[in-house]
Design a protein around this ligand. Structure first.
Ligand code: MLT
Length: 267
């Protein structure tokens, strides 16, 4: 499946994988910071942004997802092949981290390094799975707006809500513009994702875990347990950031990312 991919800069390849219900746009500040030293590849996952038309039809409510997290990872592998890239540093944010963990588990040879940003390796608990199904049904019934409203409440640190209302409104509007079928498909794919914790000890590439200190969706405890389980991994906690740490605190996020990539990738 060919995805819409932004492809900028030259140097070792870095693949930036977006979260839910976002798009490649969430990495704008990272593309600017990296492109002088790296080839930055930013796909829109199937259903999102420029890859909106690539989503298969949605099965009936609550049924098996139209697309799985592993399918998204296979799309990334195909994207790298189509771009002639043998190995990339894979940077996955939240849902993009679930996809990155799938890629690392099944196609480690494609990954030169791994960055897990505001994500987790544990699967959904039963209650959370039920919530995903209900939210998917709501998206189909009422559109992406209510999901965007709920996410906008949870994505940001308290200070971001208080001081940067325009940023919150902009992100909310972008989330609300995602097709309801894509929102539902992603919710069902996340509901059914595998438990990646048993594989973490086999992640044999340089790994950085980043988390916003106020991340309410994938809290710092999740980041700490991934760091402890992945051999040699390091952890950076970004103060003053919630879940959307790379957008809320781009300078701190980019500094940590560049420091890690510069140290990990051979030129
Ligand atoms: C995301 O930010 O990609 C999602 O909120 C992750 C999740 O809901 O598990």
């Amino acid at each position: 499946m060919s995805l819409f991919v932004r492809d900028e800069g030259t140097g070792p390849a870095v693949l930036l994988v977006h979260g839910f219900p976002l798009g490649g746009w969430m990495w704008d500040a990272q593309v600017e910071a990296l492109k002088a030293r790296y080839r930055v590849l930013v796909p829109d996952l199937r259903g999102f942004g420029g890859s909106a038309a690539a989503l298969p039809p949605l099965p009936p409510d609550g049924a098996a997802p139209a697309i799985t997290i592993d399918d998204h990872a296979d799309d990334l592998a195909a994207t790298l092949a189509s771009k002639g890239v043998e190995r990339a540093a894979v940077v996955g944010f939240s849902m993009g981290g679930y996809v990155a963990l799938s890629l690392v588990e099944r196609r480690l040879e494609l990954c030169s390094a791994l960055v897990l940003a505001d994500t987790k390796a544990a699967p959904d608990a039963e209650e959370a799975k039920a919530g995903r199904t209900a939210s998917a049904q709501k998206a189909i019934r009422e559109g992406a707006g209510p999901i965007a409203d709920g996410m906008a409440q949870k994505l940001f640190a308290a200070a971001t809500h208080k001081e940067r209302a325009a940023l919150v409104a902009d992100v909310r509007a972008k989330m609300a513009a995602v097709a309801p079928a894509a929102v539902a498909a992603a919710l069902l794919a996340m509901r059914d994702r595998a438990d990646r914790r048993p594989h973490l000890a086999q992640v044999r590439v340089p790994t950085l875990v980043i988390v916003g200190a106020e991340d309410a969706i994938t809290p710092p405890a999740e980041a700490e347990s991934m760091k402890a389980a992945i051999p040699g991994a390091s952890l950076v906690k970004i103060e003053g950031a919630g879940h959307l740490s790379n957008v809320e605190r781009p300078a701190e996020f980019n500094a940590a990312l560049l420091r890690f990539l510069d140290a990990s990738l051979t030129r």
